[in-house]
Design a protein around this ligand. Structure first.
Ligand code: PHE
Length: 450
């Protein structure tokens, strides 16, 4: 499709809200608290902030640069900006979108179920058993289908009428919900222990390679980086847009919501003495300990729980939309498919790929490790090398709409030297973690067969 008949955002805030919508999601409220807990609390939070600022924001601007320069979706964009040699990176982005959305939708399905549960009958009194029943099996598949159905409908609606309109309503709503919850949590008796775990770093845990790797993986996942989502959203932008300021606004809002989610989850968990449960740090930590806490608080807790899980659902929806949009925009640009056909076709395939994750959280965890960690870090690394070393005039592209050339040169220098070095270290660490996970899988399968 030629750039001139390409769709675009209706307003500047439409783009920013949609990009925030992509960033803010399960990554902030489900993944961030549990990865924080897994990595010892405040020390991780410290690393995470560094990663968002020093690596996340530069990589986000790199994606923006490619997207707005080419005004194409990932595959075409990499071809146009880098030639045939860089096209496989575009394919990797689309594949990552497929894989992440396939299990992301399963978790989003749980949030739908919990929201309905809270609205209709209250949470179960045996949340651990309830979670195992809800998270695996036929009912998980049904909610997964429902979530994919809604996501497909919005993406089929297009940029202005679908994605922009949904984000305009949903993002402010989510912000208010999480903010309200964080204020409510301050008054919980016993909340201090939660704040101290969350905010007071333990010096012994600082400077470990594992924490660094986890912080980087989490930063990319949460900021929707390394798989072309931000690239795609920027491809619908006009040339006048001030991209650096937009990047800082988006990353800042994403961090704020993750931080606030921690300000809800940790006080609640410590106030109710559930910290042992999150120490075990399973995928289900949030879905088990929070309902327990909400039930312990009586009728009021049920309402708070309803608010919490609806916020989670809202965040998941706007993120799921961006994951599907990466795939759909590529089908539109590369194969000239009509939008609705592309959304439905891609959506159905993704739904199928997600079915195994809906049957087993172990499968889900493997998908998250491979696509949600390794592929994103690798994608970000390759992108950085491309924009730092191969792309023509990236600084000039960002200068339209942003005057400070010095800052932009600093950004480019960072992309050339600093970010790739950090990412190489992170890639080594995440590669090692992923190999361990896959090795375990092979061993389990062999044990099952023989
Ligand atoms: N950033 C989203 C979240 O935090 C997930 C996501 C990852 C969306 C990659 C798009 C691309 O939930």
């Amino acid at each position: 499709m030629e750039a001139r008949d390409r769709e675009g955002w209706g307003t500047r805030s439409g783009f920013i809200l949609a990009a925030i919508g992509s960033a803010v999601g399960l990554g902030n409220m489900w993944r961030f608290p549990y990865v924080t807990a897994e990595n010892g609390g405040a020390a991780f939070v410290f690393f995470y902030i560094l990663m968002v600022l020093l690596v996340g924001v530069p990589v986000m601007l790199a994606e923006f640069t490619i997207g707005r320069r080419t005004r194409l979706s990932p595959i075409g964009a990499m071809l146009k900006a880098g030639g045939r040699a860089w096209m496989p990176l575009g394919y990797l982005f689309v594949a990552t979108g497929f894989l992440i959305l396939s299990y992301y939708s399963v978790i989003a399905g749980w949030t739908m179920r919990y929201t309905l549960e809270a609205a209709l009958g209250g949470f179960s009194t045996t949340p651990a058993e309830y979670f195992s029943a809800a998270s695996e099996g036929t009912s998980a598949v049904i909610y997964h289908l429902a979530f994919m159905g809604i996501t497909i409908a919005v993406v089929a609606g297009g940029i202005k009428m679908g994605i922009e309109r949904a984000s305009l309503v949903l993002m402010p709503l989510l912000f208010l919900l999480v903010m309200g919850l964080a204020i409510w949590a301050i008054f919980l008796p016993g909340a201090e222990a939660g704040y101290s775990f969350y905010l007071r770093p333990n010096p012994q845990r600082l400077f470990s390679l594992e924490t660094l790797g986890a912080a980087a993986g989490q930063a990319f996942f949460s900021l929707s980086l390394g798989m072309g989502a931000m690239l795609t959203y920027a491809s619908y932008l006009s040339k006048q847009e001030d991209l650096p300021s937009a990047g800082v606004t988006i990353a800042g809002s994403d961090f704020l919501v993750a931080f606030l989610a921690g300000m809800v989850v940790f006080p609640v968990i410590f106030a109710l003495g559930l910290s042992d449960e999150i120490g075990e740090s399973t995928i289900g930590a949030l879905f088990i300990s929070l309902p327990r806490a909400f039930t312990a608080m009586g009728d009021g807790g049920r309402i708070i729980g309803l608010i919490f899980f609806s916020a989670l659902f809202v965040g998941a929806l706007t993120s799921g939309i961006s994951l599907l949009e990466v795939v759909v925009s590529s089908l539109i640009d590369t194969w000239q498919l009509p939008r609705a056909t592309a959304a439905l076709g891609a959506g159905l395939v993704i739904t199928l790929i997600g079915v195994p994750s809906a049957y087993s959280t172990n499968v889900l965890a493997i998908f998250d490790q491979v696509a949600g960690n390794l592929f994103l870090v690798f994608g970000a690394f390759a992108l950085t090398i491309f924009v730092g070393w191969r792309m023509d005039y990236p600084v000039t592209e960002l200068q339209q709409g942003f005057r400070s050339e010095g800052l932009l040169r600093g950004w480019h220098f960072t992309l050339k030297f600093f970010v790739p070095i950090i990412l190489a270290v992170v890639l080594y660490q995440v590669g090692k973690d992923t190999t361990l996970v896959l090795y375990q899988v092979v061993k389990d399968i062999l044990a099952l067969v023989f």
